[in-house]
Design a binder for this molecule. Structure first.
Ligand code: NAD
Length: 259
């Protein structure tokens, strides 16, 4: 097995499930130690990572809170886990027209999907600068590049994180620190399963039919991207071949944003 990232430590926010877990496993397979974060049961994820022969720490910071993120970095430091690779992945969704959008949902989507990446980046960069090496990967979305109705907060946050990615890349452009965004289309995770369940319920159709509709509305390939595929793209962005890939928003969306 290749050990491209042996000796590095990666923090992946929201890595107890879905895409974050797929990325954590992808990086761990390359020898990176992992700091897991997210809600729900973390033991399964932690065991999966440890079985790959690397260290898996866990901190349950609520990344909507700057103070929790500071605690997470303090925890990593006290465990000698200095963050070489930062993957800002934690995210939530809520679907409603703007006039019906609950204010607290707007605030929490902006906090979790956007502001958290500012806080983690500001805390990770000083250490990366000392080493003159670092990777920041922001998990945006096809919704970082184009919009859909009823997703005001999500689309605003994801467009915002694409902007933050470019600024972070530019501020570090002459260093060994790169920052890029990955923009997935549909990935079948708990976040999307909820949207499928809601769609099936609202229209009185089967889950299979709802899946068919969801994919054909947006994604020309008619296929979900998998967390494993996104993990492999993250590994590439951490590799020496990607030393000069800076500030891109890399769509992995079955052709969604090519239309
Ligand atoms: P998911 O629901 O499976 O995972 C989200 C993770 O974030 C979980 O580990 C959850 O515990 C964590 N999380 C949520 N709120 C948190 C908080 N306040 N503090 C810390 N952790 C928190 O969702 P997913 O589909 O894997 O989404 C991961 C990322 O990928 C999100 O940023 C999402 O916007 C993005 N994305 C997903 C899709 C998709 O189709 N699933 C497409 C494009 C982008």
């Amino acid at each position: 097995m290749s050990q491209l990232l042996k000796g590095k430590t990666a923090l992946v926010t929201g890595s107890t499930s879905g895409i974050g877990l797929g990325i954590a496993i992808g990086l761990a397979k390359q020898g990176a130690n992992i700091v897991l974060n997210g809600f729900g049961d973390h033991h399964v994820a932690q065991t999966q990572i440890e079985q790959l022969g690397v260290q898996a720490l866990y901190h349950g910071a609520d990344v909507s809170k700057a103070k929790d993120i500071e605690d997470l970095f303090g925890f990593a430091e006290s465990n000698h886990a200095n963050i070489d690779i930062l993957v800002n992945n934690a995210g939530i969704q809520y679907v409603a027209n703007i006039e019906d959008f609950p204010v607290e949902r707007w605030d929490s989507i902006i906090a979790i999907n956007l502001s958290s990446a500012f806080h983690t980046s500001r805390l990770a960069l000083p250490y990366m600068k000392k080493k003159n090496w670092g990777r920041i990967i922001n998990i945006a979305s096809a919704h970082g590049l184009v919009a859909s109705a009823q997703k005001a907060a999500y689309v605003a946050a994801k467009h915002g994180i694409v902007g933050l990615t470019k600024v972070t890349a530019l501020e570090n452009a002459t260093s060994g620190i790169t920052c890029n965004a990955i923009c997935p289309g549909w990935v079948l995770t708990p976040l999307v399963q909820k949207q499928l369940d809601d769609k099936a319920k609202a229209q009185g159709i089967s889950n299979e039919k709802a899946t068919e509709q969801l994919l054909s509305e947006k994604e020309p390939s008619l296929q979900f991207t998998t967390p494993e595929e996104i993990g492999e793209l993250a590994v590439f962005l951490c590799s020496p071949a990607a030393n000069n890939v800076r500030g891109v928003a890399w769509a992995m969306d079955g052709g969604w944003t090519a239309q």
